[in-house]
Design a protein around this ligand. Structure first.
Ligand code: HEC
Ligand code: HEC
Ligand code: HEC
Ligand code: HEC
Length: 188
C-alpha cells in the first residue's frame, strides 16, 4: 500500500520538478501588448503602453536581428542566428515556446519583453470588471509586485550573468526602474 502511494506521488510530482527553470507553464492565454494598451494608454491611466513602447524592452526582439547579436551568439558557440536561438529568445521575448492555442490574434512575439512577460498572460484578467478588482485579477493570472524586493527579483530573472552583455558592476536596479517606471497617477 505504502509503495503504491509513493509511486503515485512520484508520478504526479515529477513533471512539476521538470518544469522548474523554464518559463512557467500557464493555462492562461496571451493577448499581446496592444490589447493592454487599449486601457493603459491615456495620461489619466498612467500611459503605461506609451512608456513601454519607448523602452528597450519593446525592442528586445529587434535587437536579436542585429549583427552584434549574431556575433555574440556565434562567440557563445551557437550555429543558428541569434533570433532563432532559444537560449537568446528566452530573455528577449515572450511566448516563443508556447502552444499556438495560447496566443491571441493580436499577440506578437516581435513585441519583445512585453506587459505579459512581467504581468502574466492576460486573457483571463483583461476585462474591466476583473481588472478593477486587484484580488480577482491576481486570481485570474495577473502577476503583481508589491515591494521593491519583489520588483528587483523580477528584474534579476533576466538581468543576470546568464545574459552575455550583463555587467554586475554597473547594474543599478533602482536607476533601471526609473527608466521603465509606469505607475498609476495618484487620485486627486
Ligand atoms: C478593459 C480595460 C483594461 C484592459 C484591456 C487591461 N487593463 Fe489593466 N487595469 C484596468 C483598470 C481600470 C485598472 C485599475 C486601475 C486603477 O486601480 O486605477 C487596471 C489595473 C492594472 C494593473 C494594476 C493592478 C492594481 O490593481 O494595482 C496592472 C498591473 C494591469 N492593469 C496590467 C494589465 C495588463 C498587463 C493588461 C493586458 C494583458 C491589462 N492590464 C489590460 C483596465 C484594463
Ligand atoms: C523577460 C526578461 C526581462 C525582465 C524580467 C526584465 N528585463 Fe529589462 N531588459 C531585458 C532585455 C532582453 C533587455 C535588452 C533590450 C534591448 O536592448 O534590446 C532589457 C533592457 C532593459 C533596460 C535598458 C538597458 C539598461 O540597462 O539601461 C532597462 C532600463 C531595463 N531593462 C529595466 C528593467 C527593470 C527595471 C526590470 C524589472 C522591473 C526588468 N528590466 C526586467 C529583459 C528583461
Ligand atoms: C538571462 C537573460 C538573457 C539571455 C539568455 C540573453 N540576453 Fe541579451 N540581454 C539581456 C538583458 C537583460 C539585456 C540588457 C543589457 C544587459 O544588462 O545585459 C540584453 C541585451 C542584449 C543586447 C544589447 C546589448 C548592447 O549593449 O547593445 C544584445 C545584442 C543581446 N542581448 C544579445 C543576446 C544574444 C545574442 C543572446 C543569446 C546568445 C542573448 N542576448 C541572451 C538578457 C539576456
Ligand atoms: C519589465 C517588466 C514589466 C513590463 C514589461 C511591464 N510592467 Fe507593469 N509593472 C512592473 C512592475 C515591477 C510593477 C510594480 C510597480 C512598483 O514596484 O511600484 C508594475 C506596475 C504596473 C501597474 C500598476 C502601477 C501602479 O501604480 O500600481 C500597471 C497598471 C502596469 N504595470 C501595467 C503595465 C502595462 C499595461 C504594460 C505593457 C504596456 C506593462 N505594465 C509592462 C513590471 C513591468
Amino acid at each position: 500500500m505504502l509503495k503504491k502511494i509513493i509511486f503515485i506521488v512520484a508520478v504526479f510530482t515529477a513533471p512539476m520538478l521538470l518544469a522548474q527553470g523554464t518559463e512557467a507553464p500557464s493555462k492562461h492565454a496571451y493577448v499581446g501588448a496592444e490589447v493592454c494598451g487599449m486601457c493603459h494608454k491615456t495620461e489619466k491611466a498612467g500611459k503605461q503602453f506609451v512608456i513601454w513602447k519607448e523602452s528597450a524592452h519593446a525592442k528586445a526582439y529587434e535587437t536579436l536581428k542585429t549583427e552584434k547579436a549574431d556575433s555574440i551568439a556565434k562567440a557563445k558557440g551557437f550555429t543558428t542566428k541569434a533570433v532563432e536561438t532559444e537560449a537568446c529568445l528566452k530573455c528577449h521575448v515572450s511566448g516563443y515556446n508556447i502552444d499556438a492555442s495560447l496566443k491571441g490574434p493580436k499577440f506578437k512575439m516581435e513585441d519583445g519583453v512585453q506587459c505579459e512577460t512581467c504581468h502574466g498572460p492576460g486573457a483571463d484578467y483583461k476585462t474591466l470588471k476583473i481588472m478593477k478588482d486587484k484580488k480577482e485579477a491576481i486570481a485570474n493570472g495577473l502577476h503583481f509586485y508589491s515591494t521593491e524586493e519583489e520588483r528587483v527579483a523580477l528584474c534579476k530573472t533576466c538581468h543576470n550573468s546568464d545574459s552575455p552583455t550583463f555587467d554586475e558592476k554597473t547594474a543599478n536596479f533602482a536607476a533601471m526602474w526609473e527608466k521603465i517606471k509606469h505607475v498609476i497617477p495618484a487620485a486627486k
